[in-house]
Design a protein around this ligand. Structure first.
Ligand code: SF4
Ligand code: SF4
Length: 299
């Protein structure tokens, strides 16, 4: 019981329990129709979408990705890392999910990764001395959720299987790795330019526009992709998405895995060299102007 004389914390306590858990840890939880808190979790949402969540929902609603993003989501910048993210847009003027119905989730078979995980939180991380990512978990305990009081017990891995999460995690792994890579690069890479944020958004979230970009002449003039591979990419959203993650690793972090036409590579090098020379020239001119200004102030 809380001591009423204890000083009050100015911060709202986090519902995420501090322990990090392996998949073998036990979870006592059961969400079932008829429970007194039915739909409470969907009445006040703050949910980020993975690229695969978007793919599933836009296919279910039979919408082009740009229209789905415009009608059902809100863009945001993840933390302070300058990575483009997308959240589910709640009902107009409210906080509830637009897919909530009195019977429960109206898109249950295609519900989001975060909805499947709840009340488990996935924490992807990489130790400094490791070359692979680890999945660890935390438990989220919110007062309104009575599922924790139900007698059912299983491991987190069993719960993930039951919720169809291995598939969701596999197909979002490339995206999570990009985010981890950006976070671990920190100041070395710095805040990405507006152009690279836009490219990240287009590639990860707006798959139909990314398809048009990959099919364009300007893309073909740079990247050397065999015809049959290109056909397969353009016909299959999932292949295109996985290709998109490779493309971003190449463009943002220089991890080359997609062939570039020899001529395009040389042209690009020449363009970069020209750009660098221009930046240096402009900086030198600015410096010279500033120094002149110091000697003969303009007043
Ligand atoms: S998608 Fe379904 S489960 Fe997720 S918040 Fe909306 S109604 Fe709830
Ligand atoms: S038990 Fe928790 S997850 Fe299930 S309906 Fe209630 S609040 Fe939502």
């Amino acid at each position: 019981m809380t001591d009423p004389r204890a000083p009050q914390s100015p911060f709202t306590p986090s519902p995420v329990l501090p322990a990090t858990l392996e998949g073998s840890a036990k979870l006592q939880f059961h969400c079932r129709k008829g429970i007194a808190c039915w739909n409470a979790c969907c009445s006040n949402i703050d949910i980020s979408l993975t690229p695969y969540d978007i793919l599933r929902l836009k296919q279910r609603l039979d919408l082009p990705s740009s229209q789905f993003l415009g009608e059902y989501t809100l863009p945001y910048e993840m933390e302070k890392d300058g990575i483009a993210g997308v959240k589910l847009r709640p009902v107009e003027g409210g906080t509830a999910c637009r897919f909530m119905t009195p019977e429960g989730c109206g898109v249950y078979a295609d519900r989001l990764t975060a909805c499947r995980y709840y009340p488990v939180a996935l924490l992807s991380m990489r130790h400094q001395d490791e070359s692979f990512d680890r999945q660890v978990y935390a438990i989220v305990k919110e007062d309104h959720c009575l599922g924790h009081q139900e007698p059912r017990q299983q491991t987190i891995d069993e719960y993930r299987q039951e919720q169809g999460l291995p598939e969701y995690d596999d197909l979002a792994r490339g995206w999570r790795q990009l985010i981890l890579k950006k976070k671990s690069s920190g100041p070395t890479i710095g805040k990405p330019s507006k152009r690279s944020l836009e490219l990240f958004f287009l590639t990860c979230y707006d798959i139909d526009r990314f398809r048009s970009f990959v099919a364009s002449e300007s893309f073909a003039s740079i990247y050397d992709i065999p015809d049959d591979e290109m056909r397969a990419l353009l016909e299959d959203d999932l292949k295109l998405l996985q290709f998109g993650f490779r493309f971003l690793r190449q463009v943002l972090f220089g991890e080359a895995s997609i062939a570039i036409h020899a001529g395009a590579a040389a042209e690009r090098q020449a363009r970069v060299a020209e750009q660098r020379a221009r930046i240096e020239r402009e900086a030198a001119e600015r410096l010279a102007r500033d120094e002149e200004g110091d000697i003969a102030p303009d007043f």
